[in-house]
Each structure stands twice: as structure tokens, then as C-alpha cells.
Design a binder for this molecule. Structure first.
Ligand SMILES: [Zn+2]
Length: 471
């Protein structure tokens, strides 16, 4: 297998050939923890998760680093407004971010580095830039990257360096920069702002330098894949490339991947637009976390995606179709010979699924392969052509594909609470005794408690009703 990815920098689809054989190093720009991440942010994080999961499914070892920006202007303002320290504010929203990530089944990155815990690495990087003449100090103790010293500047965003930042209102008066295009790698101390006393002076890191320092600390000076939202291409990632490559003389990142915005109500989801939706709020409203994950990953990462009631309803319906198939397969019993055509059908689905994702994470045909398989399995269940062992084989393949998608039912959450299980058992006994009055009464009682009982040829089975499931 070869995974091909469309690299933003070269504009070309390229085979992924890891720098170290069998080991892919991935860095993703993570949350700035001054408030809860919204589902537009999570679209970008979950696309990186899909990438990581797919590479692992293909047998690669993956080291995934996602930074947490815990020092910037918004955090400083937010902490001052709340009357707490920046650490307390950042801790609070980091915790919330991690809880949301778990709810959405995002794999846990190997490293979640925080900027304030990498001041030494940041200072060391700035020192190199100063030594090499790529950075300079200003009177207020700030240090700027000198874009004029780096002719490749603009290669990611495909911008003409001479045209950069024209019209952008830069703090030119506040900081006496040599060139309006230059960006701060270190910000001099200001009253009321947190600062660190370091070898390069008192101050705090600029945002862009944090990602360069943390990525290189945990993944080395060159690594395979860097992801982020398209809004980060310029200036954030452009600046990361400039300062990293100017410092090391090596290619910083082999492949750049950028995820399109999530739209809601006709505009990009953004705090500044006032159209944000939060994971916690949606789950509190009874929306299934699995349906939400599905809604956020079901479109190709570079395609614009709208979050609407309709898209969520479609996601919920897809999850229910999947759950129904798992349920029917789990309860399927047929004492007969194996279905001779099943192995090929399972293999065809698995092959189509993998090939689609190998092709720059082409999720739509991958999901089509999954749901075509579900339809085929439902036909085989109805026709009773499978053996009991066949049903187990089919579940194993669904579970295997779910290592990438992470939208399937949770096996542990599937176990019923003891009191509900007792009611389910009592209902089965009533049915066996042909006590229809008791059987109906128990079914109604279970329905009131969120458990739907269905009778099938394989006997009675239960599921948790609709949208109240958080599994
Ligand atoms: Zn970043």
C-alpha cells in the first residue's frame, strides 16, 4: 500500500515515504486554550485523527504531537477578565478540550506539549536565529524575524514577499520593527503581562515560534506531516517554515495538510462570527457523540463542510443503520454451512475502504464501501444464507474498519445496567411462557427507560433508543 497525500506546499499529490521507515511523525496545531474549542476546531483535529488512525491501520507506527497554546494575547486578556492566573485559565480549558476529544473519540496524541513548558526550547531557537542574523532586537526587548533575510518566505502561501502584510494593520508604532512584514518571535515585557526572565531577555514567546520549537523538540528538525486548518497557512505556518528552516538549514516538514473550514449558517464557524457550536452543548442536548463525529469527518478534509440540522440528521441515520447491523449480526444464529460468497464480499469491502483512504483520505468512497457492505450483510441476514460463524466474521470486519472511523457501537457501553438487564430477562421469560400481557407491559416499561425491544427470528433483542445514547 502507498498512502498519497496532497501537499499544500508543492501543490502536488505525493506518496508518503516516511523519513524513518515504518514510522510517521505528525504534528498538528492544537487548541489555544482561552475558551472551549468549537466543532469547527474539532473538524480540523478529527481530520488529523482520521489520518493517524488510517496510517496505524495500514501498519505504520505513528508519533502524533498536538500542541496546546497556553500563552497568547487572548489567554492573557481572558485570565485578567476572569481574575485568575493564565495557568488556571489554560488548565481549565485544556481539561475541557481533552474531555471533548475523548467524547468525540479522538485518539490521544503521544505528546500534548504546552508552550509555557517549552520556554527553554523557544529561547534556544531564538538564539540561533539571532546568531545567524535572521532575527533582531528592538528597543522594547522584543525580537523579530527578519523576512528580508529569508528569500523563500511566502512559498507555502504562494505569496510575493514584497506584497506581504501590506494593508495589514501591524503594531508598527508599538514595536519599532525594521520592516512592517517582520513578525515577533519574542515579545518584550509589558506591564500586567506574564513574562519569563531568560538568556534572550525578559518577555514571552510569539505564537509562531512555539510551534516550531515544540515540533522540533518532539519530532526532530525534519518530520513527515504537519496539519492544521487552512486559516493557519498564512501567516502561522509560513512563519513556522521560515524560522525553522532558517535555524536548521533543513527541510522542516515533508507534507503539509490543511483542512477546510466548517461552515454554519452560511459563514465560517468562528468565535468572531458568533456562530459557534460547542461539543458539550450539543451532547447536553442529547446529540450522540458518534453522530457528531460522523458529521465532522464525513466530508473530504479539503472540501467545505456545512454543519446543519440536516447533516446531523443524516449522520444520526447512518449511525443507526450501522448499529442495527451490529445488533442483527450479534443476535444472528443459523446452524448451517458457511456462506461461500461471504469472504470475497468482506475482502472487497475492506480493499475498497483502504484504497479510498490511501487516496488522500478520500472519505466518501470509504464510507460508501462500509455502507454497501452493511446493505449486503442485511440482505444475507434476511436470506439466512450465513452461518453463525459467518456473522462473527462480518462483525470482525466491521470492527476492523472501525479502528479507522471510530463510529461503531461501544462494546463496553453495550452492557445493560443490572436492573435493566433483569427487566429484559423477565420479558424474554414472559415471551417464552406466552404470557403476552406481561411481555407487553415489560416492553413498555423498558421503552420508558430508553431501551427498545425488538422481536426477530433470532429472538428478542434490545437497543438504546435514538439520540439519548452517548455511547
Ligand atoms: Zn501551530
Amino acid at each position: 500500500m502507498t498512502v498519497r497525500l496532497l501537499d499544500t506546499l508543492s501543490g502536488r499529490q505525493r506518496d508518503l515515504v516516511p523519513l524513518e521507515d515504518g514510522h510517521v511523525r505528525v504534528y498538528s496545531c492544537g487548541p489555544t486554550v482561552y475558551g472551549p474549542a468549537h466543532i469547527g476546531n474539532f473538524r480540523s483535529f478529527l481530520f488529523a485523527d482520521l489520518l493517524v488512525r488510517h496510517l496505524r491501520w495500514r501498519g505504520s507506527r505513528v508519533t502524533w504531537v498536538m500542541n496546546v497554546t497556553d500563552i497568547d494575547d487572548k489567554i492573557i486578556r481572558g485570565a485578567a477578565a476572569a481574575g485568575v492566573s493564565i495557568e488556571a485559565l489554560a488548565d481549565r480549558w485544556t481539561e475541557r478540550f481533552l474531555a471533548d476529544a475523548v467524547a468525540l473519540r479522538m485518539s490521544e496524541p503521544e505528546v500534548l506539549p504546552r508552550a509555557t513548558r517549552h520556554i527553554e526550547e523557544i529561547v534556544a531557537l531564538v538564539e540561533i536565529l539571532l546568531d545567524k542574523g535572521h532575527a533582531y532586537r528592538t528597543d522594547d526587548g522584543s525580537i523579530f524575524f527578519r523576512i528580508a533575510s529569508w528569500p523563500a518566505y511566502g512559498k507555502l502561501a504562494r505569496l510575493d514577499p514584497d506584497q506581504l502584510r501590506v494593508g495589514e494593520r501591524v503594531e508598527a508604532d508599538e514595536y519599532a520593527k525594521d520592516d512592517v512584514r517582520d513578525f515577533a518571535v519574542w515579545k518584550g515585557p509589558k506591564p500586567g503581562e506574564p513574562s519569563w526572565s531568560t538568556r534572550i531577555g525578559e518577555g514571552r514567546p510569539g505564537w509562531h515560534i512555539e510551534c516550531s520549537a515544540m515540533a522540533m523538540k518532539h519530532l526532530g528538525p525534519s518530520f513527515d506531516i504537519h496539519t492544521g486548518g487552512i486559516d493557519l497557512i498564512f501567516p502561522h505556518h509560513e512563519d513556522e517554515i521560515a524560522q525553522s528552516e532558517a535555524a536548521t538549514g533543513q527541510e522542516f516538514v515533508r507534507t503539509w495538510l490543511h483542512c477546510a473550514h466548517l461552515q454554519m449558517g452560511g459563514a465560517k464557524m468562528a468565535r468572531s462570527e458568533g456562530n459557534i457550536a460547542l461539543v458539550g452543548d450539543l451532547l447536553d442536548r442529547g446529540i450522540s457523540a458518534r453522530a457528531l463525529r460522523y458529521a465532522l469527518i464525513a466530508a473530504h478534509y479539503r472540501a467545505s463542510l456545512s454543519y446543519t440540522d440536516e447533516s446531523l440528521a443524516a449522520a444520526t441515520a447512518a449511525i443507526e443503520r450501522l448499529d442495527a447491523a451490529y445488533l442483527a449480526l450479534a443476535g444472528y444464529h443459523e446452524d448451517r454451512t458457511d456462506d461461500p460468497t461471504l469472504p470475497a464480499a468482506l475482502e472487497t469491502a475492506r480493499t475498497a475502504f483502504g484504497a479510498a483512504l490511501d487516496d488522500d483520505l478520500n472519505i466518501s468512497p470509504a464510507l460508501a464501501a462500509l455502507f454497501d457492505l452493511v446493505r449486503d450483510l442485511n440482505r444475507r441476514i434476511d436470506a439466512r444464507t450465513m452461518s453463525t460463524a459467518d456473522a462473527d466474521r462480518a462483525v470482525a470486519v466491521l470492527r476492523d474498519l472501525d479502528r479507522v472511523l471510530a463510529i461503531g457501537p461501544d462494546l463496553e457501553a453495550a452492557a445493560l445496567e443490572p436492573d435493566l438487564q433483569a427487566l429484559v430477562d423477565a420479558r424474554a421469560a414472559a415471551r417464552a411462557a406466552r404470557d403476552w400481557a406481561a411481555s407487553d407491559r415489560l416492553r413498555d416499561e423498558l421503552a420508558e427507560r430508553g431501551i427498545v425491544i425488538e422481536d426477530s427470528r433470532d429472538g428478542q433483542r434490545w437497543r438504546r433508543s435514538g439520540v439519548t445514547s452517548h455511547a
